[in-house]
Structures are given as structure tokens and as C-alpha cells.
Ligand binder design. Structure first.
Ligand code: COI
Length: 360
């Protein structure tokens, strides 16, 4: 989809850009926030007009409901400068759908797709000079919605804010990750908020992840809350395996995030000659596949993580090493295809790219 113009948005520009402070050769994920932010208020039962202002602190009441009762959800998306110099925002409709599912689960007002996409368009265009062009880098987009109303009573807020920040970002993981299959702690139970991108899911994962880090792992590989028998996801990414030449990934439940990169890879797999099985994946099956040598790949898929190779998985205290990625690995080919589509080197047959043409 190519869109040349959107309705004008009230904009207050920063007096002096901070872009010279950015080390574009070393874009640690999340370190730099671009010059501007977009804000929209939800009051009197409807979303108001957006405005763009310099990135900075905002006034908040210590009694703000999101601080006390956790009504806060977010998204993570990416924009690129494609081979023609145009801006490409990847799959904004899918992110809009997911955000609205998260909002509904948290009793927060949905954001019309048009407002969401116009907001992304406006803020990315405003800070387009912050879009990195080095290989593997992108402008990470962080839309957030949170309860703004001050009140101590346990209630659904009536006043919310939606804002969008952007951040030039490089790779999320600098090397293949070591994961630990989690058998004590739980990220999400079926019927809970695991599928929603709400802030509490991440805060609740900090302690188990810290414990795993102290044991020498990078991330936790979460298992189902009931039996710790089936693999869910890795918290900042979904997981996929190649076993016996087939791509296998845990099927979505209410306890797993419906990852956009996960969905993208599933849709690209047939064109790469691979079939995908979305189903329950037991820890025992993975352990057995390691032992038999039939597991040839394990990787994470996420917006921030893109396609991230997994180096090792610890199951019941035993480290199993995943074979090294080669140029012929499925994950490598999938990652290349995904990047080629976003950068315009391959046709976007699925209509995933939202293109903002370069000013010429
Ligand atoms: C993303 O991939 O966008 C995420 O939200 C994961 C993490 C950076 C929170």
C-alpha cells in the first residue's frame, strides 16, 4: 500500500535535533529515542486529534490508574528505508489488529485502524532522518496506550493516552542465544493475558529471566502453566524448530503472543520449499529430536529479534547444542526473504509493506 498524504497533524518541532548524539555504527536496541513523539488523548468516550511534539517528559499523577492496576499495552513495529529511498512500515494492519485485541482484553478503548496507521505515518515521516540504513538496522516504532486517569479505586479508567515513540535500532541479540526450558515459573496461563502485549507480562518475566541469566542463559523458554510439558514462547520472541526437515512451532493459545514475524515466516515458508506444523510441541519431543540428531535448527522470531538463531537449549539441566546456521538453513533463507521484501528487492505479494514515498 502506498500512501502519499495523510491529514495534517498539529506539530511542534524540536528546537535542536539530538540526532548528532546517535552512534549509527553501534545502535544498541532501545538506547536512542528520536526527536519527536506523537500523542493522542482518549477523553469523553473518544479518541481526540493527535499531535506531534518534541520527545520529553510528560506530566502524570502519582494516582494514575496504569501505575496502580496495570492498564498499559504496547506494540513493536519497524520502518525501513527501501532500495528506492521510500519509507516502508512493515505490516501496520496486522499490528493494529493485535493492539486492538490487547486493548479489548485490558478493557481499554480500541484505536481505529485509520488513526493508528496515520499516527505511525506521521511520526515516522517527521523523524525520517532517524531511519538507519545499515544492514539489519531499522527504525523501531513503539506505540503505547495507558490509563491516565488519577484515581485509587480499582476501576477501568475513563482517560487514556496513546503515544508513539521511534528509535533507531540494530540487532536485538548480538549472538545466538542460550535458552533454559522453564519448569518452575510461569509467564502466562490459558485464559490469562499471555496473548496480549500488556506491560505486566514483561514485568512478571523479569525475575525468572534474572535467575536464568545468573545461571548463564540469555532467555527463558516458557512452558505451559499446567504441566510445564509444552513449549509456549521465549517472552521477547516466538520459537520455531526444524525437525526432520519440517518447520514446527507451538500453535497459538491465549497464553502466547501472536507474533507478526512468526506469522510472516509461516506464510513465507511454502515459497522456501518448507511445510510448517503449528501444533503443541512438547519438551520431550525436542529433547528426543536433539538426541536422535533430527533437530537441525531452532530460532526465535519477533519484531525486535527478527530471526534470531538459538545456540543451545537447556532441558532438565542438560545443555543441548543446536547445529550452527549455514547459508542454506531455513532460518537464514527466511530472514533474507523477509528483508528483501521489506527493502523492495523482492515483490511484496502479500501486501505487507506500507510505503511512504520519498519526497523527490
Ligand atoms: C518486539 O519484538 O517488538 C517486542 O515487543 C519484544 C521486546 C523488545 C519487548
Amino acid at each position: 500500500m502506498t500512501t502519499t498524504s495523510i491529514p495534517a497533524i498539529a506539530t511542534k518541532r524540536i528546537a535542536k535535533s539530538r540526532i548528532s548524539e546517535v552512534d549509527f555504527n553501534n545502535l544498541e536496541f532501545g538506547k536512542y529515542i528520536s526527536d519527536h513523539m506523537l500523542m493522542v488523548d482518549y477523553v469523553n468516550g473518544k479518541w481526540q486529534e493527535p499531535s506531534i511534539l518534541p520527545f520529553g517528559d510528560i506530566m502524570m499523577s502519582p494516582a494514575m490508574l496504569s501505575l496502580h492496576y496495570g492498564q498499559s499495552v504496547f506494540e513493536g513495529m519497524k520502518a525501513f528505508r527501501n532500495k528506492n529511498g521510500d519509507i516502508c512500515i512493515f505490516r501496520p494492519q496486522k499490528h493494529s489488529e493485535r493492539l486492538n485485541k490487547s486493548l479489548a482484553r485490558m478493557c481499554m478503548p480500541e484505536i481505529p485502524e485509520e488513526l493508528f496507521i496515520q499516527s505511525l505515518h506521521a511520526i515516522v515521516e517527521t523523524d525520517e532522518s532517524w531511519i538507519p540504513t545499515s544492514e539489519g538496522a531499522s527504525l523501531y516504532i513503539r506505540p503505547v496506550v495507558f490509563a491516565y486517569e488519577p484515581r485509587l479505586g480499582v476501576k477501568i479508567a475513563d482517560h487514556f493516552k496513546f503515544f508513539v515513540l521511534t528509535s533507531p535500532a540494530g540487532a536485538y541479540f548480538s549472538k545466538p542465544t542460550r535458552l533454559k526450558v522453564e519448569e518452575t515459573f510461569v509467564r502466562a496461563a490459558e485464559g490469562g493475558t499471555g496473548f496480549a502485549k500488556c506491560a505486566g507480562n514483561y514485568g512478571g518475566a523479569f525475575y525468572p529471566t534474572q535467575v536464568a541469566r545468573q545461571e548463564g542463559f540469555d532467555q527463558v523458554l516458557w512452558t505451559d502453566a499446567k504441566e510445564h510439558k509444552y513449549i509456549d514462547e521465549a517472552g521477547v520472541m516466538n520459537v520455531m524448530f526444524v525437525i526432520d526437515g519440517k518447520v514446527i512451532t507451538p500453535k497459538l493459545t491465549t497464553a502466547l503472543l501472536d507474533g507478526v514475524t512468526r506469522d510472516t515466516i509461516i506464510k513465507l515458508a511454502p515459497s522456501l520449499g518448507m511445510t510448517v506444523e503449528e501444533r503443541r510441541v512438547s519438551v520431550a519431543e525436542i529433547e528426543e529430536a536433539f538426541k536422535k540428531g533430527t533437530l537441525t535448527e531452532a530460532f526465535g522470531a519477533g519484531t525486535a529479534a527478527v530471526v534470531s538463531p538459538i545456540a543451545a537449549i537447556n532441558i532438565h539441566g542438560v545443555d543441548y547444542t543446536v547445529p550452527t546456521v549455514t547459508s542454506n538453513s531455513f532460518q537464514q533463507r527466511a530472514k533474507e526473504k523477509l528483508n528483501n521484501i521489506r527493502l523492495g528487492f523482492e515483490p511484496d505479494v502479500h501486501g505487507w509493506n506500507y510505503i511512504i514515498p520519498a519526497a523527490r
